[in-house]
Design a protein around this ligand. Structure first.
Ligand SMILES: Cc1ncc(COP(=O)(O)O)c(C=O)c1O
Length: 427
């Protein structure tokens, strides 16, 4: 095992300071205490794709399987009751975490993608027709574009995309014009861009949408893990996010929806658990949130998600935000030193968690492979945001993304590896 020996740098004047103790946090993540290749410490800068899991989450899931597992909601025996308590207890933790009014507004799904497909397939299919407009943006992840395109082909509504400025921000004048001039029924926009890091002003955007009677869905895949999101304060109608990007397991995500909206929506999938009564003539739906949870759910994953919520809430969402702000500021400063390197997206104070970049004359895949040789894990490609890459005229970017366990020493390792890659390409 590689010895994790990390240092953090004191911030320059005007820069933020991290309130988190990275040495303590690093010890919580067993996977990070290893060499990626012989002699090369693993530097994990791919958390926007999926974060690593702390021991607290891994242990909670193991204990659940060792002591409490049975199917939920159906059995009257002790194990089933314990499993149900753990499963529903995790839902309550999530409710508190995003400050929803009721557990009935918290629907377990597989991930952000499924949450947004649920809204398109249920609310969208029931409410959208030719003549209606759905507003998305040019920076969306494919999971907030494709479900709407599929539905639009079937029902005939129109999709408008908020353009992205050269600085990597939403063109809010264009947004206001859509709302003013078109029959907009729903706006669905990401809170934080998984490529540019841009933090979109969703609070104002929601207010504007509501003023014309449109609903608002937030893709919270890259915000809920990194900053405090309060659904009541935002007054958002739907919020989608995934556990695996916030120290939790894969296979479980959340759709938050206002109760009146979820109540009025038809089921998305049919099967066990989502019904109250079935006859050969027809069926009655179960209460929320079960109406949207057909079949045996991801029970251990929900329980692990609860532990992940405890973990990140224990660190403090404001502390996580400040920590990442510190790393991003330092990272952008250091990356700006590299000749021929272009950073996409806004200045550090207007972004969070990720830095996508391109190096002149080097393909992003070559960069990622050469960084991997040095133990530095970044992602390369279009990051499921092809329209955004087209907007900036690049096929692919390399992306370094950060979470609670990253330090400025990781950024230094990234920079050193980039210089090595440049040498190999004789740039
Ligand atoms: C902004 C954004 N939205 C949606 C998703 C999809 O998340 P999942 O794959 O967990 O469904 C991602 C994943 O990278 C993302 O970054």
């Amino acid at each position: 095992m590689a010895k994790v020996n990390q240092t953090t740098h004191d911030p320059k004047p005007g820069q933020t300071r991290s309130p988190l103790n990275s040495q303590v946090i690093l010890n919580d993540f067993p996977i990070l205490n290893q060499e990626a290749h012989p002699g090369k410490r693993l530097v994990f800068l791919d958390s926007a794709a999926s974060s690593q899991k702390p021991r607290q989450v891994i242990d909670t899931m193991t204990a659940y399987y060792e002591h409490d597992h049975a199917n939920v909601h159906r059995g009257l025996h002790a194990l089933s009751e314990r499993a149900t308590d753990a499963y529903e207890g995790a839902r309550e933790k999530v409710r508190q975490f995003i400050n929803a009014r009721s557990y009935r507004e918290i629907v377990y799904t597989r991930n952000t993608t499924e949450s947004m497909n649920l809204v398109a397939g249920s609310w969208g299919r029931a409410n959208l027709a030719a003549g209606d407009v759905v507003v998305l943006s040019e920076m969306e992840h494919h999971s907030n574009i494709v479900p709407w395109q599929i539905l639009a082909e079937q029902t005939g509504f129109t999709i408008r995309y908020i353009p992205v400025t050269d600085e990597g921000e939403l063109d809010l004048d264009a947004y206001a014009a859509f709302l003013r001039d078109e029959p907009v029924k729903l706006v669905s926009v990401m809170h934080v861009s998984n490529v540019l890091g841009t933090v979109n002003p969703v609070e104002d955007m929601i207010r504007q949408a509501h003023a014309v009677g449109a609903l608002f869905m937030i893709d919270g895949a890259q915000s809920v893990p990194h900053l405090a999101v309060d659904v009541q304060a935002l007054d958002v109608d739907f919020l989608a996010f995934s556990a695996h990007k916030m120290a939790g397991p894969t296979g479980i995500g959340i759709l938050y929806g206002k109760r009146a909206l979820l109540d009025a929506m038809p089921p998305y999938m049919g099967g066990g658990d989502m019904i109250r009564r079935v006859t050969l003539e027809g069926s009655e739906w179960n209460d929320l949130p079960h109406k949207f949870e057909a079949g045996t759910p991801a029970i251990a994953e929900a329980v692990g998600f609860g532990a992940a919520v405890d973990y990140v809430a224990g660190l403090g969402m404001d502390n996580i935000l400040a920590h990442e702000q510190h790393i991003v500021e330092y990272g952008m400063d250091r990356l700006a030193e590299v000749p021929g390197l272009t950073i996409y997206g806004p200045e550090p104070s207007r972004r969070n968690g990720v830095i996508a970049f391109a190096l002149k004359d080097m393909h992003a895949h070559d960069i990622a492979q050469l960084l991997d040789v040095e133990g530095v894990a970044v992602r390369a490609g279009h990051h499921c945001a092809m329209p955004l890459h087209q907007r900036f005229g690049v096929a692919a970017t390399a992306r370094a993304s950060f979470y609670v366990y990253n330090t400025t020493a990781d950024v230094d390792a990234l920079i050193e590896a980039i210089y090595n890659a440049r040498n190999i390409f004789r740039l």
